[in-house]
Design a protein around this ligand. Structure first.
Ligand SMILES: Nc1ncnc2c1ncn2[C@@H]1O[C@H](COP(=O)(O)OP(=O)(O)OP(=O)(O)O)[C@@H](O)[C@H]1O
Ligand SMILES: [Mg+2]
Length: 557
């Protein structure tokens, strides 16, 4: 019973994959069909070529040289070449479009998905799914699947042509089919498991590469160079062992196919020779027949060789679908006037895991325009509380509501982020110019607004002094400027948004006291005055706040 359920389940999964593949292929169907039709034309031409060459041989034996037939032969070969070239061209363009389509869709899904759920995946793993897996799928749809259809049609066409001339020999040449079917069935299942392992180990070593390159300084500082390289080799070896297992299985399958091909061919040759000897068929038919036998058997063999490719399409489809199935954040929120926003946290409890809570029964009311400091020892849950407000996390129970002075209320969700601005803990700048970084806060901010924001963040001075000024290009994670300067640009990015609700998570931790003071003073003087939550470990910040809220022992004290 259990086995039957499992079988039904796996059938459901497979049909889900097929539905997914069809859905993604529909926009490209005209081009895919074009390729397919041209491929079929090539097959028909090559079938016809065999017949033409039979005629040439037969008439040559009869003492006639058929110039016309040779001419037709040459023209047909030229058409065949032309079609093949067209197919290659269209395929390359289509593959590029198709794989980008999957990548874009996946990227959109990732950035709109629930943050906690998506953070369970390493960025290297997500990259592998967006590149290798998307590539496998598009290659499969553009090349493998149409080729499989073409091969099937080719087998059928060749079979009927041969059947027309010699039914017995036609049936004999098909003896390879059951062997092919059986090989497909048995190997397909095993191969899929191996293919998933290959992709998983690829993701692991990519993740490692990505992380160690982006943290090069740590690798160097701890003299980890040799260790890192050996770790990479180890990860590659793991991948290699799966690749080898997969390749071995492929070789076994193609050998089985090759052997049956040889047996089929020898049998057909023997029967053909026998028939020529007793005069029941012509030399031409014999030549046609031998060509046909190899032309039926070789597509069948090719079909078997496509098993690993089909398996890899399915394995990759599963991995892409897994990321896509992550729930989208809720962006729908009621419109409220974005002025004088306060927040009410009501009885919220939260834990990252089911067994442990980080915050319990949290009540907090921050009135519009208030400046509130959130303090507490490291690891107490200050950042977690902020993430709950920003709806990056969802509480186990309780509600968080934002309200304005007209008593309009909305629950915290992704849509509510529109009236919030945030300076996260740590360095969060992007590579690019300082201007581009600030504009992330407000795409269409004017030059004046950008400079105003830089001024509030006490960053205008140092930015002006840079040789390229605001157009100075900074590297990943703010490479090229100091930590405190990066913090100030991050503050400017938040300020330029002019959001009525501002959250600063240790945003001034790298600044000297004088600069910090200037920044806080700038923020306090903002008009209209935002509501502000400041997480801090520093006493100096407290002087700028209306009150302080302490988190300790999972609660607000
Ligand atoms: N993604 C996560 N999964 C599981 N536990 C987490 C996760 N993020 C944080 N934690 C845990 O939650 C607790 C609170 O973390 P949080 O980042 O909110 O602390 P914090 O008060 O902001 O500390 P700090 O002052 O050091 O920034 C910590 O014990 C931390 O280990
Ligand atoms: Mg924190």
């Amino acid at each position: 019973m259990k086995k039957i359920i499992q079988k039904v389940k796996s059938y459901d999964i497979q049909s889900g994959y097929i539905k997914w593949l069809i859905k993604y292929s529909i926009p490209y169907l005209p081009q895919i069909l074009l390729i397919f039709v041209m491929n079929i034309a090539c097959s028909l031409i090559s079938a016809q070529l065999a017949v033409v060459s039979k005629n040439i041989i037969d008439s040559a034996i009869g003492g006639n040289l058929v110039v016309k037939a040779i001419g037709i032969y040459v023209i047909m070969i030229l058409i065949d070449m032309l079609f093949s070239a067209a197919v290659s061209f269209v395929s390359v363009i289509l593959e590029e479009k198709f794989s980008f389509g999957i990548r874009k869709n996946l990227y959109e899904k990732i950035i709109q998905s629930n943050w906690v759920d998506i953070k369970k995946y390493h960025s290297g793993d997500m990259m592998t799914r967006m590149t290798s897996d998307a590539g496998n799928i598009s290659n499969g749809i553009i090349y493998t699947i149409p080729n499989i259809f073409r091969l099937i049609i080719e087998v059928l066409v060749m079979f009927f042509v041969l059947y027309y001339y010699e039914p017995a020999l036609a049936l004999l040449s098909l003896t390879i089919a059951p062997v092919a079917a059986l090989t497909c069935f048995v190997l397909g299942r095993k191969l899929k498991k191996l293919q998933v392992k290959v992709l998983e180990t690829e993701a692991a070593y990519r993740s490692f590469l990505q992380e160690s390159i982006s943290n090069l300084l740590i690798v160097k500082a701890f003299c980890n160079e040799a260790h890192s390289v050996s770790k990479l080799v180890k990860l590659r070896e793991e991948r290699f062992s799966w690749v080898r297992k997969k390749a071995n299985m492929g070789i076994v399958s193609s050998n089985i196919m090759s052997l049956s091909f040889q047996i089929g061919y020898i049998a057909a040759l023997a029967v053909g020779a026998y028939k020529v000897a007793d005069g029941s068929i012509t030399y031409g038919t014999m030549a046609l027949f031998l060509t046909m036998v190899s032309r039926i058997q070789s597509p069948i063999m090719q079909l078997a060789e496509y098993i690993p490719k089909v398996v890899s399409i399915f394995a990759s489809t599963g991995r892409v679908m897994e990321l896509q199935s992550i729930e989208k954040e809720n962006y729908e929120t009621e419109e409220i006037v974005h002025e004088n926003i306060g927040v009410e946290v009501n009885n919220v409890t939260f834990g990252y895991t089911e067994d442990e809570t980080i915050l319990e029964d949290i009540f907090l009311d921050v009135k519009p325009g208030e400046f509130v400091a959130i303090i507490g020892e490291s690891g107490m849950g200050k950042t977690t509380l902020i993430r709950l407000m920003l709806a990056f996390l969802e509480g186990n129970n309780g509600v968080i509501q934002f309200y304005n002075s007209q008593e309009q209320r909305v629950a915290s969700n992704a849509g509510a982020r529109r009236f919030m601005s945030y300076v996260p803990q740590g360095n969060t700048l992007f590579s690019g110019t300082i201007r581009e970084n600030v504009l992330m806060g407000k795409e269409d901010a004017s030059e004046e607004e950008v400079w105003q924001a830089l001024k509030v963040a006490a960053a205008d001075g140092f930015v002006k002094e840079l040789p390229a000024g605001i157009d100075t290009v900074i590297g990943e994670k703010g490479y090229g400027i100091s930590e405190g300067q990066a913090q100030r640009i991050a503050i400017a990015r938040a300020v330029v948004k002019k959001a009525p609700f501002l959250i600063l998570d240790e945003a001034t931790s790298s600044l000297d006291e004088k600069t910090e003071l200037a920044v806080l003073e700038g923020i306090r003087k903002l008009t209209p005055k935002p509501t502000c939550l400041l997480i801090t470990h520093r006493r100096s910040v407290l002087a700028y706040c209306d009150r302080e809220v302490k988190i300790a022992n999972k609660r607000i004290e």
